[in-house]
Design a protein around this ligand. Structure first.
Ligand code: ADP
Length: 325
C-alpha cells in the first residue's frame, strides 16, 4: 500500500457518562470503530496514514465538542455528516459500590443511524480515493436495512478495485431485532470483506456454536482471503491470502485492569502494520502488543503517553518487500 494511505472507518461514537446513577457522572465518548480510528491515527502517524472517521452527528454543541476532540486526536473529519435536529447516541456506565459496571444505552435515534439518509454521502463520494475501509458488526447493527445495503454496495465497489475492506465481527445481540437478520448481515459482510478480524467468543455467540473450539474451526472456514481469529490471551490465529495458518502468541499481562477496547486496539495495531506492507504475523504481533498495553489501563482510550513508545516504533517492511494486495 502506498505511503500516506487513506483509511475510512464507519461507525458510531457515543457520548459516555460514567459514575453512579443519580450521583456525579463523568463525561467522555467512545465506540468500537471510533476507538480503532483513534489508535490507528496514533500508530499510523509516523507512516503518514490519513485516518478519517465516517459517521453522523447533530448540529448541537455536544456534537461540535466531539468534533473538536476528534480533530485533537488527529482524525480527518471530512467524512462526517452533520444532521440538524439529530443528536449523538449516549451510554451510561453505572459503577456500583463493588466496582461492577452495567451499561445503559440511548442510541435508537442517534445521528449515526441516519448517515445514509442522503442521495450520496461523503463516504460514497470519496469511494474512489480510499485505500481501506473498516467497519464492524456494530456499524451494521445501527443502520436501517437501506443504510446497510448502501454500505454493502460500498464494500463491493472498494473490493472490486482492490482496496482493503476490513470487517471486525463485534456482535452485540441487543442491537439486532433477531439473530437471523444478524447472521444474514454478517454472512454478506464476510463475502464482501478482504480482511476479517474475528473474535472467537462473538462468533460462537452469533452462530450458536457449542464450544469455542467449534467457533474457531467455523471461523477458519470463512470465505475471507485474509483472516485473523482473536482468542483473548490465547495465541492469535492469522492467515494471509492463500497462506498457511500461523499462531501468534499474545503478550503476557500480569494484571488485566480493563479489557475495554482490547479488540479495537488490536485492530488498529494490526492494520497500521498491514497498510505499511508488513506481513500478517508481524502485524498480529504488533496488534497483540498494543492490545496488551491497552488492557493494563482503565477506559477505552489510554493516554497517549502510555503508548508513546509503540506509536513511535518504526514500521517493519514485509520480508518479501511486497505491499498488501
Ligand atoms: P475482543 O476485545 O474483540 O472481545 P479478545 O478478548 O479476544 O477480543 O481480545 C482482543 C485482543 O486483546 C487479543 O487478541 C489479545 O491481543 C489481547 N488480549 C485480550 N486479553 C488478553 C490477556 N488476558 N492477555 C494478553 N492479551 C490479551
Amino acid at each position: 500500500m502506498k505511503a500516506g494511505a487513506r483509511v475510512a472507518l464507519f461507525g458510531e461514537c457515543m457520548l459516555e457518562l460514567q459514575g453512579q446513577a443519580f450521583g456525579l457522572l463523568r463525561q467522555g465518548f467512545g465506540g468500537d470503530t471510533f476507538n480503532t480510528a483513534v489508535y490507528l491515527a496514533r500508530c499510523g502517524q509516523a507512516a503518514g496514514l490519513h485516518v478519517a472517521y465516517a459517521t453522523a452527528l447533530g448540529d448541537d454543541p455536544l456534537s461540535t465538542g466531539l468534533l473538536e476532540r476528534w480533530a485533537g486526536e488527529g482524525l480527518d473529519l471530512w467524512l462526517v455528516r452533520r444532521l440538524p435536529g439529530r443528536m449523538p447516541g449516549l451510554y451510561m456506565i453505572d459503577v456500583d459500590a463493588r466496582g461492577e459496571r452495567s451499561f445503559s444505552y440511548w442510541r435508537d435515534a442517534s445521528a449515526a443511524r441516519a448517515y445514509f439518509d442522503a442521495e450520496i454521502t461523503p463516504l460514497e463520494a470519496a469511494a474512489d480515493t480510499i485505500d481501506a475501509l473498516y467497519l464492524s458488526g456494530i456499524s451494521l447493527a445501527i443502520l436501517p436495512p437501506e443504510g446497510r445495503e448502501r454500505l454493502f454496495a460500498l464494500m463491493l465497489r472498494l473490493r472490486d478495485r482492490g482496496a482493503m475492506v476490513v470487517f471486525d465481527n463485534n456482535y452485540r445481540p441487543r442491537l439486532w431485532p433477531d439473530t437471523g437478520i444478524a447472521i444474514g448481515c454478517f454472512d454478506t459482510a464476510y463475502v464482501l470483506a478482504s480482511v476479517a478480524l474475528v473474535t472467537a467468543d462473538d462468533h460462537q455467540a452469533l452462530f450458536g456454536l457449542p464450544s469455542l473450539e467449534a467457533a474457531v474451526a467455523e471461523a477458519q472456514a470463512l470465505p475471507v482471503p485474509e483472516l485473523v481469529i482473536k482468542r483473548g490471551a490465547a495465541p492469535t490465529l492469522v492467515r494471509a491470502p492463500g497462506g498457511p495458518w500461523q499462531a501468534v502468541p499474545t503478550e503476557p499481562v500480569a494484571r488485566v485492569v480493563d479489557t475495554t477496547a482490547a479488540g479495537d486496539s488490536f485492530a488498529a495495531g494490526y492494520l497500521s502494520r498491514r497498510l505499511a506492507g508488513t506481513d500478517v504475523a508481524q502485524a498480529a504481533r504488533f496488534g497483540n502488543r498494543l492490545a496488551a498495553r491497552v488492557i493494563q489501563h482503565p477506559g477505552a482510550l489510554i493516554p497517549r503517553d502510555a503508548m508513546a513508545d509503540l506509536a513511535a516504533e518504526p514500521l517493519l517492511p514485509a520480508p518479501n518487500g511486497r505491499p498488501h494486495a
